[in-house]
Write a protein that binds this ligand. Structure first.
Ligand SMILES: Cc1ncc(COP(=O)(O)O)c(C=O)c1O
Length: 419
């Protein structure tokens, strides 16, 4: 029976990663670059990006541009999860309530480090929606209390408030923001004008799912706190793709998914609740604390949680800054390709804007061409998200497993459909 613990499995993953990055030479150069003096650009240059796709099971024929719906896990994460599953299955109670549970508990420190919070402030969930639901349920809002959100929210961050509106007489107010908004000021002003003396919560995405707008969360936190409200953030489209530090963002709660940009197991998520507001956000499931197993919370998906932590650690071996930089460079290429395509309206902020994210969303101006575009993407094996929200048609974004040719194939496919 293997008794390899979480840390050992991660050490193994790191060795495997470095091997796949091109052997000892690449490993040593990466280690040197990982020193405090390396800039993000140095870190990007230190990674052999061409080797990265070989660390995933992704079908090489696909140009997979829909990590925003589900990401792929690196082999290192799959292996860590497989090892944990094997360990449990050999003696479920002894292992699953013993060393494997202890390993899963340790992962919370990985997640706390990732989000920039304390261990006691982060718990594992099943997904972003689950985290948002826990927050909404735990707030104990009363009939007549108001919640402000935007017209860009995904159901996973919005349905919880709609539930409270339907069942408990809570009133939901929408701030209409443009696709894309003209400026951060526009966003802050529109949210501010939706606030009433009875507003208790402002709930927004860090990155909007349909328009790829990075909302000014730190400014919205200030606004919320000035107005006596909590700021609850849906981070499904952010964590893993861009830097997230909840202390710097100043938000009160932050929910995200493990299975998108964090490249983790499907059906995993994270929830941060600031210790400042734990007395105000108190869902039943967290009444015995934020551990992976608690009496009121019961048994969780330890295998998935261990896999998610291994995926986060794997990205850390490349350098999170390098990963973010690489993702944003790909976004610039996606944006540039769309900007020169006649008949396309881009709904996301331009590259270089403080509101630009890794996601680029767009609309086909002549909707008669939409069927042809969809057919062409399918024929050319280009995987995009069809949005169906706010009149926006498609969303694309790259992660580390995307190759430069994925972007050129996407652009060529779109061009073929549009001409
Ligand atoms: C902004 C946003 N919030 C929430 C969700 C729901 O995510 P999950 O299925 O992990 O709950 C998504 C999914 O795409 C999303 O884009």
């Amino acid at each position: 029976m293997t008794t390899t613990g979480f840390a050992d499995r991660l050490r193994l993953s790191r060795r495997e990663t470095l091997r796949a990055l091109g052997g000892a030479a690449a490993g040593l150069s990466f280690m040197r670059m990982a020193g405090a003096t390396a800039s993000a650009a140095d870190r990007v240059a230190a990674v052999d990006w061409e080797q990265i796709p070989s660390q995933f099971l992704m079908d090489p024929e696909l140009a997979y541009l829909n990590t925003g719906s589900l990401g792929a896990s690196p082999l290192a994460a799959l292996e860590a999860a497989r090892a944990a599953a094997q360990q449990i299955e050999q003696n479920p109670v002894a292992q699953g309530f013993g060393p494997v549970l202890a390993d899963a508990e340790k992962t919370r420190q990985v997640f706390a480090d990732l989000l920039g919070c304390k261990l006691e402030e982060v718990c594992v969930t099943g997904n972003t929606s689950d985290g948002m639901n826990l927050v909404a349920e735990g707030l104990n809002l009363q009939p007549g209390d108001h919640v402000v959100t935007t017209n860009h929210e995904h159901a996973g961050g919005r349905r919880c408030w709609e539930f409270l509106a339907k069942r408990r007489g809570v009133i939901l107010d929408f701030a209409d923001i443009g696709s894309p908004p003209a400026s951060e000021d526009e966003v802050v002003d529109r949210v501010a004008s939706a606030i009433t003396p009875k507003t208790r919560v402002i709930s927004v995405s860090q990155v909007t799912f349909s328009s790829g707008v990075q909302l000014p969360i730190a400014r919205l936190s200030e606004l919320a706190h000035r107005s006596g409200c909590l700021l609850c953030v849906d981070g499904a489209q952010a964590a893993g793709a861009l830097p997230v530090n909840v202390a710097e963002l100043g938000c009160d709660t932050y929910a995200t998914s493990g299975h998108k940009w964090l490249l983790g197991a499907k059906g995993t998520g994270l929830l941060y609740v600031s210790e400042r507001v734990k007395d105000r956000v108190a869902p039943m499931r967290l009444d015995d604390g934020y551990g992976v197993y608690t009496a009121i919370g019961g048994t969780n998906d330890m295998v998935g949680i261990i896999g998610l932590a291994a995926a986060v650690e794997w990205a850390g071996t490349l350098g999170h800054a390098a990963v973010f930089e690489r993702i944003m460079r790909s976004r610039e290429e996606l944006y540039a390709a769309l900007a020169v395509q006649p008949g396309v309206k881009i709904n996301s902020p331009p590259s270089g804007s403080s509101m630009a994210s890794h996601l680029v969303c767009f609309t086909i101006e002549d909707h008669d061409k939409l069927g042809k575009v969809n057919e062409q993407f399918a024929k050319d094996k280009i995987v995009v998200k069809t949005v169906h929200h706010g009149g926006i048609d498609f969303r694309v974004g790259c992660h580390v497993y995307n190759r430069p040719e994925d972007i050129s194939r996407f652009a060529a496919s779109l061009k073929a459909a549009m001409t």
